[in-house]
Ligand binder design. Structure first.
Ligand code: ATR
Length: 285
């Protein structure tokens, strides 16, 4: 039972646009499962005043928030204290208000991806050859947690080669990581050993229904193709990967797992994710 004299803890997800966000539904499912009561709302912040909207939320007594596109880097800059994960990502997707009034920033995207790959899809990343497509914010947020799994190699391929090279250089102290343009993938044409075990699409290409120019010899047998996007229909990348014989997964599990980690940071209880992933899949279909 909740005490009517006690205000209910308030959380929000900030983004623009954000009306499509499944986060309120996911966090209410976690709250039900763990027997907690909280309010979780979407908030579309104006592109030029995320800081003002966040200040108002803090003044109103907000306890924590998720941050999505395009405010993750701005949220990073506004925090008083940053977790090592947020520092590595250069972006914040989870905010928490400390009792001392300080704003704490963390990033749960990478751990969400790794948990989805390893726990929900049974992948072992240690010793494997990983390929990340794209070198924007979505890619940057997951490189360090992927390297922490100790893959044999992580290659970043991007339309703009220089961005992939710069991203790889940024993370080179953490493991075996390289970067290049689409042409840097042509090695796998000649060498079977240079194919990839796990290929993660972190580009925005799926949004416009475009397929990056990938060689037909990209995947090892039993490779997994993962698209960070999710929806009722498989993305064009997953359709192509499936036609190449790869096992496929979309980013719905990552969405739920990053939310579970945020919930754990705020509420100190780790929700079960399996049933929530299944129910969310049905909800979207
Ligand atoms: P996000 O924060 O979602 O990663 P971003 O920083 O704009 O967004 O990065 C988008 C990524 O998708 C980039 O790697 C971009 O490639 P460029 O660096 O060359 O711009 C990639 N991307 C976007 N549209 C694409 C397309 N049609 N084909 C291939 N890559 C695409």
């Amino acid at each position: 039972m909740t005490d009517p004299a006690q205000p209910v803890d308030l959380y929000r997800v900030f983004g623009n646009p954000v009306h499509h966000s499944q986060s309120p539904w996911i966090h209410q499912a976690f709250a039900r499962e763990t027997g907690q009561t909280l309010v979780y709302e979407t908030c579309e912040a104006p592109l030029d005043d995320f800081a003002g909207v966040l200040r108002a939320f803090i003044a109103q007594g907000g306890r924590g928030a998720n941050v999505t596109v395009p405010f993750k880097e701005e949220a990073y800059a506004l925090c008083d204290v940053l977790s090592p994960r947020a520092r590595q990502a250069g972006a914040v997707n989870t905010l928490q208000l400390g009792k001392n009034g300080q704003l704490y920033g963390d990033n749960t995207d990478g751990v969400g991806l790794v948990r989805d790959l390893t726990q929900n899809h049974g992948q072992t990343l240690a010793g494997k050859r990983l390929l990340v497509l794209g070198a924007g914010g979505a890619s940057r947020g997951v490189i360090a947690p992927l390297l922490a799994e100790q893959p044999a190699q992580l290659h970043i391929a991007n339309r703009t080669a220089a961005k992939a090279e710069a991203l790889a250089a940024h993370f080179e102290s953490l493991g075996s990581v390289s970067g290049g343009g689409w042409s840097s993938l042509s090695d796998c044409d000649v060498q079977a050993a240079a194919r990839y075990d796990v290929v993660i699409n972190a580009t925005a290409a799926s949004l416009s229904g475009e397929l990056p120019p990938l060689p037909d010899t990209l995947f090892t047998p039993e490779a997994m193709a993962y698209d960070m996007m999710y929806g009722a229909m498989p993305t064009i990348f997953l359709q192509w990967a499936s036609s190449q014989g790869a096992i496929t997964a979309d980013g719905l599990g990552m969405l739920v797992e990053q939310a579970a980690e945020s919930f754990f940071l705020w509420r100190h209880q780790r929700p079960q994710t399996d049933a929530v992933i299944k129910a969310l899949r049905q909800r979207l279909n």
